[in-house]
Design a binder for this molecule. Sequence first.
Ligand code: SF4
Ligand code: SF4
Length: 382
Amino acid sequence: MANAIVVEPDVSFIKEVGKLGGGDLKKCFQCATCSVVCPISPDNKPFPRKEMIAASWGLKDRLVADYDVWLCHNCGDCSTLCPRGARPGDVLTAIRAYAVREYATPKALSKAIADPKMLPILLAIPAIIFIGLGLVLKAFGLNWINFSPHGDEIWQAHFISNYLVDIIMIPTFFGAVGVFALGLKRFLADIHASALAEGKTTEGKIDPIGIIKALVTVVLTIIKHSKFDECSENKDRSTAHMLVLFSFIGLFIVTNCFFVAEWLLHIEGPYSQLNPVKWLGNVAGVALIIGALLLLKNRLSKKDQESSYWDWYLIGLVLALGVTGMGTEITRLAGLAAVSNVIYFLHLMFVWSLFAYTPFSKLAHIVYRTTALVYAEYTNRQ
Ligand code: SF4
Ligand code: SF4
């Protein structure tokens, strides 16, 4: 008699997937239409049907280590054509959300970020840090926060010094990098072990050179957004996604340029509107708002697609970043000092939230999906 295989379903995982938008999972009757219609699923061990089986059995460990889950970019074609309305695309999105929480530490923060009731507290944390640290330093003679700033021109650094901003933002940024590094180490080890077990690769050890070569190919694919063109249902998401991605890249470049200007070249802001770096910042800021609004429009118009708090949180944060960033500049140029400072303070809260909470939120897909795509390229999973 063949050896019996013991399946130990994780019921709490099934419930969580339901809460994260995969509530129709149990409707699946395994017809495999989804795997056939998916424009990017490979012939060898295609997805998402096998993920639907594993999810309905509650095989959490298998699914969080399944890099196929990350190859899906939620085009929605499979959900539209599923004869049972099981929404496999939404189930994969829910599994990705679960996986991000599984790989990020501390777990308590993961849970808090997934809970809408915790949002006011999460947004209050950076406000407490900025005001609290500012006041502590003030007591030691460092006037890095000034609630009634005055100067010969309106400039946010008179309100909150760039020193205070940097000593808070830089450790937060590198803290997030550390959380990602720990999560990615486990993720990569798990997907490799899973790929070996499933016969998707035969290499015992990962070759770093091969991974770097795969990374170059994948980065080019991401920049071109060519995978979106393979969708038929959600093709229009490509523009919004591209705008947001390139805006973040542009704003990252601008932040670093001004950091160098201030700390290495000792050129103080505010910088001229004719400065090309400023131009890049303005274009990226406007593109971020347009991209966020398009993402919002897309979500609201897709009635057949499940949207959870996981999706709304990201869209809300991106929009808030763009609006407060551009709002700070416009009100400063208009001479509205008090309004500009309030908007600037909100902007700092959102930037801090972006850094601190990204490893636990949907935005973490930038890192996990890229890793999965690189691994798929590396193992030649076409
Ligand atoms: S999710 Fe839908 S299309 Fe896919 S196997 Fe199940 S019933 Fe068929
Ligand atoms: S949502 Fe699109 S990419 Fe994802 S599994 Fe379904 S058809 Fe494939």
